[in-house]
Design a protein around this ligand. Structure first.
Ligand SMILES: Cc1cc2nc3c(=O)[nH]c(=O)nc-3n(C[C@H](O)[C@H](O)[C@H](O)COP(=O)(O)O)c2cc1C
Length: 350
């Protein structure tokens, strides 16, 4: 199957495994590449050295193309971009408004720039800044998410931009891929569905929480950092909702220090990064300070396997997934379902 997205990204099928902090590691990305999709390493919660090691690990496992996700204002973003260029990474994804310098550097190296956007105006801005393609995430999606559902947002974006588009937010199968193609998109991008495979590193105790959730329990909350994120409404999230603003800020300072230790960046570099983000107009300074909450609290659930002590980010689709296939099985099933859906649609014409 060829679409504008497979041509741009060099993959066999128009299916992207999106970056997910602590989840999208070399193993998951390589499994996705081998199965014909394209995966993105979750570089935004890694040190530049870790990103380099993950890139090397994917390259050792497969010749398939893959991408890296980064946060344009994170300390070390420059070095991560250099690694992507030196190792010939196919694509880079990001979600914050990028620095023109970094985008220019990536484009000069012929690396595909494919940001995620959650609103039509952000899609237009991202393309104006140089995006070669977009992941358009409807509100159903996991992690940070906008307020407009895929069925409304996707046609709105498709009418406003002229680059290949992958639909994200609420996709899990070949029928969803057929629907996205029917909308005029060039493929799909999925996070939660790939998280719930046996190739993802998330401990089973946490995967079990997603499997037993209902779509209604995958709620949007701004309690972590003031920016809406979709996650499981578990007991831990309810306890956060009960905390005062001052209490949350104190937690953020603690988490900020832990995050700076983990990513080997100085507190000063983190504060500088927060200041740059607030100047870019995306979030307030307080919001960006609070941003350290999210990775540390997510880490408890998705790395440490303690969903009772952390937040469990995921899309509404988690509430409809009941099994943990390998990535190869998942991709084979998606392709078979897509073919069946296309045959059924063609048969409607008589
Ligand atoms: C556990 C988790 C972690 C995520 N971390 C990131 C991240 O580090 N960077 C990013 O751009 N998006 C992140 N996201 C968003 C996903 O990349 C993707 O856009 C979203 O999951 C798509 O919606 P879906 O879950 O319905 O497939 C995360 C999502 C989840 C579920």
């Amino acid at each position: 199957m060829q679409t504008a997205l497979t041509k741009l990204l060099g993959c066999r099928y128009p299916v992207i495994q999106t970056a997910m902090g602590w989840v999208a590691d070399a193993n998951l990305v390589a499994a996705t590449g081998r199965a014909g999709g394209i995966g993105f390493i979750a570089g935004a919660v890694m040190t530049p050295a870790e990103v380099e090691q993950q890139i090397q690990a994917v390259k050792a496992a497969t010749d398939a193309p893959f991408g890296v996700n980064l946060h344009m204002y994170m300390p070390g973003a420059d070095q991560i971009v250099d690694h992507c260029i030196n190792y010939g990474v196919r694509a880079v994804s990001y979600s914050r408004s990028p620095s023109a310098d970094l985008i220019g550097k990536l484009k000069a190296a012929k690396i595909v720039c494919i940001p995620t956007v959650g609103a039509a105006k952000h899609a237009v801005k991202a393309v104006a800044l140089g995006a070669d393609a977009l992941v358009v995430q409807g509100s159903e999606g996991g992690g940070h998410t906008g307020g407009v559902a895929s069925s409304v947002l996707l046609p709105q974006v498709l009418a406003s931009v002229d680059v290949p588009v992958a639909a994200a937010g609420g996709f899990k199968d070949g029928r969803g891929l057929a629907a996205a193609l029917a909308f005029g998109a060039d493929g799909i991008a999925m996070g939660t569905r790939f998280l719930l495979t046996s190739d993802s590193p998330v401990p089973m105790a946490t995967k079990q929480c997603y499997l037993t959730a209902t779509p209604e329990q995958m709620v949007v909350s701004s309690v972590l950092d003031g920016i809406p994120q979709r996650m499981l409404h578990n007991r831990y999230l309810r306890s956060l909702e009960g905390r005062s603003k001052l209490g949350m800020l104190a937690t953020a300072v603690n988490n900020g220090m832990a995050f700076s230790r983990m990513t080997e960046s100085s507190l000063l570099a983190m504060l500088r990064s927060a200041w740059q983000i607030s100047r870019s107009g995306d979030s307030s300074f307080t919001q960006t300070l609070m941003a350290a909450n999210a990775p540390m609290m997510i880490q408890q659930a998705v790395v440490a396997g303690r969903p009772d002590r952390g937040v469990v980010p995921g899309g509404q689709i988690a509430g409809t997934i009941g099994e943990i296939p390998t990535v190869a099985e998942l991709m084979a099933q998606i392709v078979a379902e897509l073919e069946q859906a296309l045959d059924e649609l063609a048969a409607l014409r008589g």
